[in-house]
Design a protein around this ligand. Sequence first.
Ligand code: URA
Length: 433
Amino acid sequence: MRFVDLIEKKKQKQPLTKEELHFFITGYVRGDIPDYQVSALLMAIYFNGMNAQETAWLTEEMLYSGDVIDLSAISGRKCDKHSTGGVGDKTSLSLAPMVAACGAKVAKMSGRGLGHTGGTLDKVESVNGFQVMRTQEQFISQVNDIGLALIGQTATLVPADKKLYALRDVTATVNSIPLIASSIMSKKLAAGSDTILLDVKFGEGAFMETSDKAKELAEAMIAIGSHFGKDVKALISNMNQPLGNAIGNALEVKEAIATLQGKGPEDFTQLCLEAGSIMLMQTGIARDEENARKQLLEVIQNGKALEKLVAMVAAQEGDVEQVLHPELLPQAKEILEVTSREEGYVKELHALELGTLAMKLGAGRMVKEDPVDPAVGIVLNKKDGDYVNKGDILAYVHINHPLPQHWLEDFYQTYVFTQEKVEKQKLIHDIIR
Ligand code: URA
């Protein structure tokens, strides 16, 4: 087989066979096929797509390029969730303890942030001592003991995706539905859970710009799930503005804790309850949506959801006192109040730009090797639909260094005002079951 023939075929809009996809992935991981040829194939896929069968085969080849986690030693149905990423997205930190407190087994592998999107591992590491690297044995025994573990993806999981993602990042081929779907699903399938809930985001802070495109991506991932006999469902949610109010690692942990105490922002709480309901139904713990919600609200009210987070932090060597007393989490040296120079209703709040501004304060990384500052970030005080008077506080900016040049001007640009009353944007646009 010659790789150039695969490129030619995809260029001519023809589907690739299972054998050709096997040749591609094994050859690339072994280092036999050079980046320049794979780049050409990725660009051909970007323009000409892949059918459902090809996408499933590609996922299968990627999945078996490394270790596949065997969770069969954990009793009960194991559930997982995945968000396609966004700004202020601390969902795993609240949702996982909530569903675990209802009896679900959550064996969760998460990632780090890059660019304008944050990563769950960076957030949870704001808690002193918290260990994200665990052996498979520790991971499994923790989920058996307390129903919940949150760890980093092991280096041997889906090596094909590590190589391909790095290449896509520098060849403008990230935004392709079959490539995103196979990348995400190969990792989710390798992580071994029985059920998967996908939170597919759309909007300017997300990979997919429109809800229709997000739906298309969700359907591609659900089809891959069916190919592997997994129960995969998806939420389609809006990422045109940040989720919740906090953007930045320790600030998001605080907001996640508040949400577990029933004091979280309305939009974020709504997303956790909706996602949690689907997960409880997927695992058979709840018979219907109403019953699922009741169980989730109960574990918030009786403190069991927060207890689960505390148990996980204790099991992973983190400082439990910081969860019980969030004021002990890393604090920035200074908190600036940014007041409005305009008045009117907030019509838009640019998520992508706010994520980038938080990153520039030190909350995220520009390149993989950058350190993150757990304490810094932005806490929004006004969001879409709110009325703002001149001088009202728009946001609290937590800093450890003077603001970078133009930062404040750029921040003001993220708010768009109108004099007409505006409705709050709908957060959840669709649920694909
Ligand atoms: N997240 C992934 O893991 N892969 C993609 O391709 C896009 C988002």
